[in-house]
Design a protein around this ligand. Structure first.
Ligand SMILES: [Zn+2]
Length: 206
């Protein structure tokens, strides 16, 4: 079982940012206590096979795929990183189109989290259970690996706040909707054909 390192700062981030637990809220496992987070294994950098990223051996149980180091964001156009590359193609196109429009209005759109492995989502969820003390409360802030849309590449977390606000106002033109009232940074391709977004759900458990 890989050693898990939970920092006080990481737990603080979960408390502050809550919700879909941005990927920088936990350190990647490192077999050396106190060592730096491990780089993403080269195997994860390879393109997803036709049948998706979850049937390629170690990726099925990988606990760090989708992890980004503290404070690191990714351009929605950086398709060399699986966080972006393994997003659902329709969602990827939507966030790229939205980012172009936002940029034209002087707003930079960055991805703070996108595709994640099931194992990494489990770590985020376990972290939340530790933080909040029980599964029921944790579910309000972090989706389980079985329900997270990040795991199937159908959700993106966006920053900074200016970009979140821009997308909340304009995202539905591109099909993008805020889903949870307590997560202004989490967007999914959920608009209907008229550009209408579904009613906000209070949180990931609601
Ligand atoms: Zn999210």
């Amino acid at each position: 079982m890989p050693l898990r390192i939970y920092t006080v700062a990481g737990i603080g981030l979960v408390l502050l940012l809550g919700a879909c637990a941005p990927s920088n809220s936990t350190a990647a496992p490192n077999p050396v206590a106190g060592g730096p987070p491990l780089a993403t294994p080269a195997a994860q950098q390879s393109p997803a096979p036709d049948d998706g990223p979850f049937t390629i051996g170690s990726a099925a149980t990988d606990t760090i795929g989708g992890y980004l180091p503290d404070g690191q964001t990714i351009s929605p156009f950086d398709v060399t990183n699986p966080v972006v590359a393994w997003l659902d193609p329709a969602l990827l196109a939507a966030i790229q189109n939205a980012a172009r429009s936002a940029e034209a209005e002087g707003v930079d759109v960055a991805i703070t989290s996108g595709w994640r492995t099931k194992g990494f989502q489990q770590r985020l969820f376990d972290d939340a259970v530790r933080t909040y003390g029980n599964v029921g409360t944790a579910r309000q802030f972090v989706a389980s690996p079985d329900t997270s849309q990040h795991v199937v590449g159908k959700a993106v977390d966006v920053g900074p706040v200016e970009a979140d606000n821009w997308l909340i106002r304009n995202g539905s033109r591109f099909g993008l909707c805020q889903i949870y009232a307590n997560e202004i940074w989490h967007f999914e391709l959920a608009a209907d054909e008229n550009g209408g977004c579904p009613p906000l759900r209070p949180n990931a458990a609601g």
